[in-house]
Design a protein around this ligand. Sequence first.
Ligand SMILES: Nc1ncnc2c1ncn2[C@@H]1O[C@H](COP(=O)(O)OP(=O)(O)OP(=O)(O)O)[C@@H](O)[C@H]1O
Ligand SMILES: [Mg+2]
Length: 436
Amino acid sequence: MVLLVGIAVGRALVFLQAATLGYLVWHLFQIHQLWVWLRHPKTITPVRFAGIWREVFESIEDRLRAGDARSIPKHKPRRRPKPKLNWVVKQFDKSVSGLSDAAVLLGQDDEVEWWNTPANKLLGIGRGDDRGKQVTHLFRHPEFIGRLRKEKNWHKPLEVPSPVDSNTWLTILVVPAGKNKRLLQARDSTRLHRLEQVRRDFVANVSHELRTPLTVINAYVETLLDRDDTKALPWYPILPKIHRQTERMEKIVGDLLLLSGLELAQKQPRQEHVLVAAMLEVIREEALALGTDLHHHIEIDAQPGLGIVGNSRELRSALSNLVFNAVRYTAASGKIILRWYRDDQGGYLLVRDTGIGIDARHLPRITERFYRVDAGRSRETGGTGLGLTIVKHVLAQHDAVLSIESVPGHGSDFTCHFPPARLFENGNQPPQGKIA
Ligand SMILES: Nc1ncnc2c1ncn2[C@@H]1O[C@H](COP(=O)(O)OP(=O)(O)OP(=O)(O)O)[C@@H](O)[C@H]1O
Ligand SMILES: [Mg+2]
């Protein structure tokens, strides 16, 4: 049509170009409309001319109405596909179930919220529908129940037999896990428990077996030492040496037996009322006798009438170990202070010396069996390295802890901290306050 008009007026080419341009502008206009409309499909209504573009607009509108969102490129950012939560939970479940340790998530009232497969085998949790049940109804060990109620965060694991099989031993720890929740972990420690038992039995049996022959040898040596007719013999000078060594061996054997006894003892030691001030007086006399030639000054500053409920023999052994150490490792004329006092947090027994001190690097290991800072020096003073191990065990039996502070060359502070529940004071002590 345009071409015919162009030919009629003799400007065919110009008319053709103008028509092409107009057609292009029209399409561009439609594309622009489409673009604006797709951005705001609800607020803008495009002008629809008959033809291909009308069909395009109507077809898109139909799809929009049908809610076929997949085919409509919305300007609004598309919602991200939902994280595959179930998948994640399943994977987590699988991985924790693969662990050999049991894990149980406890809610704020210690109700069971979640568990893994080993919890089933080791603790018997999850055999029925245990979700929401109190863990203490499912695992009724009294020590476990006591600690769960008392301690929010356990620093020390608990060793108890499994409720499923009493031959299986478990090491249990409960730690906070998020707001008001706790995670109970249980590990099968049967093998370790058996090894410990073998070691304990072995040490106890060997020490026991050695004690009699040693006593006999010592008795013979003492007899030989006392006889006048042996003094002239050429081998006489070695007799005192044999005597010293057998005495030392007797002490080691005695300490090992004491340790075995402490390890085998029931968690609840004998409940005697031990007056500490009086016990310290007795120990001071013994300590002065131990180092008569050293002229130490031992001062006692103890709250009279304040005592510990526990085993007097064990406590005496622990305290004398600490005081004898202070004497052994303090040079002549040194000062030693024995203090016994209390505050709201409990009772404190401090043994302070002005001796050689201990380098900080030895402190973490000093309570280990046979650990000595200077083996040569300890041997000289008759030390075997079992004293502080005994102290640690006795304190543990009495729910107490030992802390050590020391400055090499200046002295050491050994402090035993007893919880308030272990203390008694004048007025609530029995009439026959007992000391060792
Ligand atoms: N008050 C102290 N000052 C300096 N060092 C000490 C003190 N108490 C203990 N030690 C160091 O710690 C080590 C371990 O002490 P522990 O009492 O366990 O063993 P011991 O004194 O050597 O022997 P024993 O079994 O006869 O007590 C000692 O060998 C000593 O090196
Ligand atoms: Mg010692």
